[in-house]
Design a protein around this ligand. Structure first.
Ligand SMILES: [Zn+2]
Length: 249
């Protein structure tokens, strides 16, 4: 079930059966010479959609703009600063928790979001902690590449040249979902340099074509399909385990 394709009455009925919802969250940012700008929000959305075909889960609209300040020197990147991102996540959570959702799993597709998502969770919990009351909502961050088995599969598929940004695994997933949008380029060097991430102009100087440590030329739609199928199965199990967690009195 998808929230955006449901009516309020259907969501009210869903809440009688389950209090769990998954929110795909990502970023709209450059992904090297061949990666789609939407890669980091498309990957969790694609995985959540496949999981939804396999189990009765509720998928929220994708939170598709993240913390990508370091990519702003590349055209097409849209970023929220950390404080805006944290405030927006907090309002999404308050909205959903207000309807009765008690378990909210954020399925993340962008490493640069992790610190701010964790900070948002702490801000939300702090409101309850300082007021000495229960939060009534449990929040979970799950990066799609950390879903059970996915890291091992990515290492098997791409023993070298996986890297940290514009990776062949994320490019492969978008190639499988959007074969008409596959782009080609000559990568030079074949494997991009690695190093620190700071502000946007420093990033562009260090990583001129936008990649970090990766060779996206290793991506194929078939490898993407394998990653999505495994990730979707793992997500279903993750949601079941999260949903059955009991809250102590
Ligand atoms: Zn990415």
């Amino acid at each position: 079930m998808h929230l955006h394709l449901s009516t309020w009455a259907e969501v009210e009925q869903f809440l009688q059966r389950s209090r769990v919802i998954v929110v795909p969250i990502g970023s709209n940012e450059q992904h090297g010479p061949t990666g789609l700008l939407g890669t980091d929000w498309l990957c969790p959305e694609i995985i959540a959609r496949e999981a939804e075909k396999r189990a009765e889960i509720l998928v929220a609209p994708t939170f598709n703009i993240g913390m990508a300040q370091h990519h702003l020197a590349f055209a097409g990147t849209i970023s929220l600063r950390p404080s805006t991102f944290i405030a927006a996540i907090s309002d999404w959570v308050r909205s959903l928790a207000g309807h009765g959702f008690e378990k909210i799993l954020f399925l993340n597709g962008h490493g640069g979001n992790v610190a701010s998502i964790e900070a948002a969770f702490s801000e939300i919990y702090a409101e309850s902690s300082f007021a000495a009351r229960r939060a009534g909502v449990a929040l979970k961050l799950c990066n799609w590449w950390d879903l059970e088995g996915v890291g091992e599969l990515a290492r098997d598929l791409f023993p070298t040249g996986h890297g940290a940004h514009a990776t062949p695994s994320e490019i492969a997933i978008t190639q499988w979902a959007f074969p008409d949008a596959i782009k080609l380029a000559d990568y030079a060097p074949l494997i991009a340099p690695s190093g620190p991430i700071r502000e946007a102009l420093d990033f562009r100087a260090r990583y001129p074509d936008g990649r970090i440590g990766s060779n996206p030329g290793l991506a194929t739609p078939e490898k993407g399909r394998a990653l999505v199928e495994l990730a979707a199965q793992s997500l279903v199990r993750e949601l079941e385990a999260f949903g059955s967690e009991t809250q102590p009195d």
